[in-house]
Design a protein around this ligand. Structure first.
Ligand SMILES: [Zn+2]
Length: 390
């Protein structure tokens, strides 16, 4: 009885306290996260809350539905029209005033991952990678597979170092010698658990706030871009500009979704939003660093798929300087983005790329900083305004 009463009192005080706090935070870009059991109240920046959801979502190339659903929940109320095409690309239309150009923003929803190619008699799964994952980071990683009956947790294994020769211990083990262990005794049990040839997987890494504005998580390439896409689109709700925000599919397999998406949108300008590689780490020659964390959003001049159109490049530089938004150029012309597909659509579309700098992309987990994310959102928002009134 006494215990119950105590609970009621603390519960109502907690409710009152939360109410007061919520009023205080109204209009600010913060969400209150409450854990009543531990009487814990924390504030989370709205864009980080979204990034967390997107980063934790399961979305290897060809299986982007969960990511599309998160974007839909986030953006549907801001869009004049929302639709999904036959390949799975999701489109959010903001219909502005006549006479303004149509700007397409594209962020790919897929992440690098795995596909099961064979099940061994003893229950181990052979696999191929989806997208560019190098062999030297595969061994020992935790993976999450989406099986017929739900998620399966596993580890990428090989034989133990104790029985390796010294030479074997020091070399990168080829992917052909690795396998995924899901804790199945044999072929039948692996199948009973829901593993099949064609089952897809991703790295199994939870989004974590590691302090001082830094975040660690999987798939920042391109869930960081998806976050920029969402926040920039939301900020344009009452604007007169014509914007189509696209969550594209299968970028990691060769910019496939953006190709058909751009054909449908038929935009005047295209901007791919990305999470790009950073090499501001030990043992890197200065000219190979390409971009730095906290250096601001990364503007591509040239990569393997696009030469940024001068109109796009000049506009990005101009708004960056005028609005005092820090930015940096991508200095190593490697990789590719949706802009590579968009700019070759129909008679050609002036296109470019803005990216959030992220360390260790195409690996199990990346690190990024909130400053870069926020500045990328600002730069993209100002870019839309400037290119629309040109
Ligand atoms: Zn990417």
């Amino acid at each position: 009885m006494l215990k119950n009463l105590k609970f009621h009192v603390s519960n109502s005080i907690m409710t009152l306290f939360l109410h007061m706090l919520k009023r205080n935070f109204q209009g600010q870009n913060l969400t209150l996260k409450t854990d009543r059991k531990r009487l814990l109240v924390t504030t989370v920046l709205k864009e980080i809350e979204l990034l967390e959801k997107l980063s934790n979502a399961f979305g290897p190339s060809g299986n982007e539905e969960d990511v599309a659903e998160i974007l839909k929940t986030e953006l549907e109320e801001y869009a004049d029209e929302t639709r999904v095409d036959k390949l799975g690309n999701i489109f959010f239309y903001h219909n502005g005033k006549e006479g303004y150009p149509k700007v397409m923003l594209s962020a790919h929803m897929d992440e690098v991952g795995f596909i099961v190619t064979f099940i061994e008699e003893n229950g181990f799964l052979r696999f191929e990678t989806l997208g560019g994952i190098t062999n030297n980071i595969l061994l020992g990683q935790r993976v999450l597979l989406k099986g017929e009956k739900g998620y399966l947790k596993g580890i990428i294994g090989t034989k133990p170092p104790h029985i390796m020769t010294l030479e074997e211990q020091n070399k990168v083990i080829p992917r052909e010698d690795l396998f995924i262990d899901i804790g199945a005794d044999n072929f039948n049990q692996a199948q009973e658990k829901g593993a099949e040839v064609g089952t897809l997987g991703v790295f199994d890494v939870e989004f974590t706030d590691i302090g001082d504005g830094y975040f660690r998580g999987k798939a920042f390439d391109d869930r960081a871009g998806c976050t920029v896409l969402a926040e920039a689109f939301k900020s344009m709700k009452d604007s007169p500009y014509n914007i189509v925000a696209v969550g594209s599919v299968q970028e990691e397999l060769g910019l496939r979704g953006a190709r058909t998406a751009a054909w449908q949108v038929d935009p005047d300008y295209g901007l791919a939003l990305e999470g790009t590689f950073v090499a501001d780490v030990p043992n890197t020659r200065p000219d190979r660093v390409s971009s730095k964390i906290k250096g601001g959003p990364v503007i591509t001049i040239l990569d393997k798929t696009v030469f940024t159109h001068p109109v796009i490049l000049k506009t990005l530089i101009k708004v960056g300087r005028e609005e005092a938004i820090p930015f940096q150029f991508k200095k190593v012309p490697m990789g590719g983005t949706d802009a590579g597909a968009i700019h070759l659509t129909k008679a050609g579309v002036p296109s470019g790329t803005v990216a959030v700098p992220c360390r260790y992309i195409h690996g199990p987990a990346s690190i990024m900083h909130i400053e870069d994310l926020r500045n990328a959102i600002k730069l993209v928002t100002e870019f839309i305004k400037a290119i629309s009134v040109k």
